[in-house]
Design a protein around this ligand. Structure first.
Ligand code: PEP
Ligand code: MG
Length: 543
């Protein structure tokens, strides 16, 4: 692409340039051939390779802090796990497999067992996969997958970045991120914003490009070859926030966390979340094959609510289906699962499942002292909203609201708000359904950009309805995690913002620097824009 320009979706602001470093992709399953001539010698290669992998991880852990350090230390310990290594050696000596294939196969057994155990154990399966890929790469003599150690400031180019890839990423060395896949709501987008580095996702063709250096514009999404000059984006010091969501003129906007596990809840509380705006309960049961009992649900919810005693927490009832299938709530086969029986629609068929969940939520609220509200996902009409509120109240939950993530619900927001206590905009799904663009498909990611004026105008309808009826309107989709967009949302009448814990500080700090007047100006500018790039420019003008 010497002179060509590529473009993707700009998800984290700023312009930066520098030499390219590519993130190696995970290797597939290594071949079972050739059969080793000397199986004892082949098996003896495994432990030294594991030592090298473990040493590298220990060295990286020594330089990392916090979560990243813990992730790297756990992975290092796993690389030296005698059970995994012993199993692999046996596969070489008894089944005559090459060492790399044996490691892959041995790890598969552990991964399946961990996934079947569910919960915390299932989360460890990802760590075993990581160790497996590193060991296999070492045995094959190729680059290990994931983000390499950067010797000097570089622009990282990847297919996509998994959460584990990003542990230990050094923001002083990463000038910018460009990914071929992913979308505005991907992990890369959230992480890049929290680190303050420019990022462009869904940049088709970037993997095929041979550019040695790139200039990346995280505002417009433009990516082009550069002469190799190193230029970092201007970062105005590390953001600081005191944990209270308030604009400089005193206008209050609650800044809340999105959580799906006890670890998320601890991280959100530690980062200063004033409460939880979205607890995705389905994340507690992704590996459950049977409906968890009321008692099991009570315990699972209480573990997440515990860090928020006395604070507001919005617990969303199960949002099963489409990209988050739950084995115990599988619908009949559907041609378009995202448009089928998902979210609250599952409860219309099986109200007893919803009732048992509401009962468990009410019990967990009592156990922990969290100030709990409930919220239904995938609501299309005011009648559906009223149906949910009635069941919630019967179960003893005082405050009940619904998500606005279907365009029809935004269009009748006034009628919905009349029958609920609050609404929360799920901008991820609202974008997907407004633009008829699957949120998981990179090829249509530009349509799912939350800066699209079409989406913003729907949000405005809901904000206006909330202001008119004097009821809270939150945003819990990824739009809330973009500091500039957060200002636009507030200017449209949004009263709370809920996000991944990594975004809390940057968003909280941004709010403290702006005023309600400026937010309204930004909103007016963005609403009148014709495309996402000019919406951003218009929002930035008053800021
Ligand atoms: C959304 O759709 O914006 C949302 C917050 O819900 P989820 O991402 O869990 O579908
Ligand atoms: Mg949703």
């Amino acid at each position: 692409m010497s002179s060509a320009r590529l473009s993707g979706v700009g998800v984290s602001s700023g312009r930066a340039s520098g030499p390219v470093v590519r993130v190696a992709e995970p290797l597939g399953e290594p071949p079972a051939e050739p059969v080793p001539a000397d199986v004892t010698a082949e098996a003896a290669r495994i432990r030294p390779a594991a030592d090298v992998v473990a040493e590298r991880l220990v060295a990286r852990a020594a330089q990392a802090i916090g979560d990243a350090k813990a992730v790297l230390e756990t992975t290092a310990a796993m690389a030296a796990d005698p059970a995994l290594l012993g199993q692999a050696e046996k596969l070489v000596t008894e089944r005559r497999l090459p060492a790399a294939r044996a490691v892959h196969q041995a790890a598969a057994g552990f991964i399946t067992a961990l996934e079947a155990a569910g919960g915390y154990m299932a989360e460890r399966a990802r760590d075993v996969q990581d160790v497996r890929d590193r060991l296999v790469a070492e045995l094959l003599g190729v680059a290990p997958p994931g983000v390499p150690d950067l010797a000097s400031p570089s622009v990282l180019v990847a297919r996509d970045l998994a959460p584990a890839d990003t542990a230990g990423l050094d923001p002083t060395k990463v000038l910018a991120l460009v990914t071929e896949e992913g979308g505005p709501t991907s992990h890369t987008a959230i992480l890049a914003r929290s680190l303050g580095i420019p990022a462009v996702v869904a940049c088709r063709g970037i993997l095929a490009s041979d550019a040695a250096a790139l200039l990346v514009d995280g505002d417009t999404g433009a990516v082009q070859a550069s002469d190799g000059t190193v230029r970092a984006a201007h970062v105005a010091g590390k953001a600081v926030w005191n944990g209270v969501g308030v604009l400089r003129d005193g206008h209050r906007v609650k800044v809340l966390g999105n959580v799906g596990s006890p670890a998320d809840a601890v991280a959100a509380a530690a980062a200063g979340a004033e409460g939880v705006g979205l607890f995705r309960t389905e994340f507690c049961f992704l590996s459950s094959t049977q409906e968890p009992s009321v008692e099991d649900q009570r315990k699972a919810y209480a573990a997440v609510l515990a860090p928020f005693a006395g604070k507001p927490v919005v617990v969303r009832t199960l949002d099963a289906g489409a990209d988050k299938p739950l084995a115990f709530l599988e619908p009949d086969p559907e041609p378009n699962p995202a448009l089928g029986v998902r979210g609250l629609r599952v409860a219309f068929d099986r109200p007893e499942v919803l009732d048992r969940q509401l009962e468990a939520i009410a019990l967990a609220a009592k156990d922990t002292g969290a100030d709990v509200s409930v919220m239904a996902p995938m609501v299309a009409t005011a009648a559906e909203a009223a149906w949910f509120v009635e069941r919630a109240r019967k179960a003893g939950v005082e405050r009940a609201g619904v998500m606005i993530e279907i365009p029809a619900a935004a269009l009748v927001a006034r009628e919905i708000l009349a029958v609920v206590d609050f609404v929360s905009l799920g901008t991820n799904d609202l974008a997907q359904y407004t633009f008829a663009a699957d949120r998981q498909v990179g090829a249509v990611a530009a349509l799912n950009d939350p800066w699209q004026p079409g989406l913003l105008r729907l949000v405005k309808l809901v904000g206006d309805a909330g202001t008119e009826l004097g009821k809270p309107v939150g945003v819990c989709g990824e739009a809330a995690a973009d500091p500039l967009l957060a200002c636009v949302l507030i200017g449209m009448g949004v009263t709370s913002l809920s996000m991944n814990h990594t975004a809390l500080t940057v968003v909280g700090a941004k709010l403290a620097s702006t005023s309600f007047d400026l937010c309204q100006l930004a909103a007016r500018g963005a609403l009148g824009a014709h495309d996402p790039a000019s919406a951003k420019l218009a929002a930035r003008a008053p800021h």
